[in-house]
Design a binder for this molecule. Structure first.
Ligand SMILES: [Zn+2]
Length: 255
């Protein structure tokens, strides 16, 4: 029987997911709050996999975890935000000044605004790839979980973790960051968009359109100009995997 159709197997998977989550080196209460806000079980499984893979890659949750609303409030109007905004404005000016962009009345827009945990969860809940990947992972687990003991023990939990991370490694990552882990959470990334006569014509999506309109090349050139003028790499990108011509890392100056 398909796991999806059996309440017992659903409950078994839930149990294994919870046990696997206790292996994560971040606050279990925070994990539970995030999961509670993801109503779809496939998306929950994909998120758990994202956390486990992040940890398996030797990365530290504290380095990236989304700022709290208090931290975001403190950032608002700070010198750091003003600096970020000034750099973004330089890229915008360099982009808008390019004749091939101004000929089309293209204008670059971007905000120096960190993406809160709430926003990241919302994006995850609306991201199609998170659901598709979660469903595939669910089916993958479905075929194997029947052989696992009903009451998890240490080896079976470890085996479960291995199953959804290493064994399912051919499943791609979702196109949105796992909630809490986005580089946008600490304003270490900027998404640039393009407007034409006040209407947004290029946004986060449609990588091919970014290229065919020439906006991809124009943004690269604008970023290079700003980096050269600043004497250091302020922006790095665009993001290659996933393919996001609009997404650049932002590197604040050393304190
Ligand atoms: Zn982005």
């Amino acid at each position: 029987m398909k796991l999806d159709e059996s309440p017992e197997m659903n409950a078994k998977l839930d149990t294994y997911m919870t046990w696997a989550a206790t292996k994560l080196i971040f606050d279990f209460d925070v994990y539970c709050v995030v999961m509670f806000k993801i109503p779809n079980k496939f998306r929950r499984l994909a998120a758990l996999r994202g956390y486990l893979r992040f940890q398996a890659a030797g990365k530290d949750f504290d380095d990236v975890w989304a700022w709290s609303s208090d931290e975001i409030k403190a950032f608002k109007g700070s010198e750091e935000q003003k600096t970020a905004k000034a750099f973004i404005d330089k890229v915008r000016s360099a982009f808008d000044a390019r004749s091939e962009m101004s000929a089309k009345s293209y204008k670059l827009v971007a905000r120096a605004k960190p993406r809160s945990l709430e926003e990241q969860i919302k994006l995850w809940n609306n991201n199609g790839s998170a659901k598709t990947i979660g469903k595939k992972l669910w089916d993958f687990v479905d075929n194997k979980l029947a052989e696992y003991p009903d009451t998890p023990d240490l080896p079976s939990v470890e085996s479960f973790v291995k199953m959804i991370t290493e064994e399912a490694k051919n499943l791609p990552a979702a196109t949105n960051a796992t909630p809490g882990l986005s580089a946008h959470g600490h304003l270490k990334a900027i998404d640039f968009h393009v407007t034409q006569n006040g209407n947004k014509v290029l946004h986060s999506g449609g990588a091919d359109y970014w290229r065919s309109t020439g906006a991809d090349d124009a943004l690269k050139a604008a970023v290079t100009t700003v980096n050269n003028n600043s004497g250091r790499k302020v922006f790095d990108g665009p993001l290659k995997s996933p393919d996001e011509p609009w997404h650049y890392s932002y590197i604040p100056a050393e304190a």
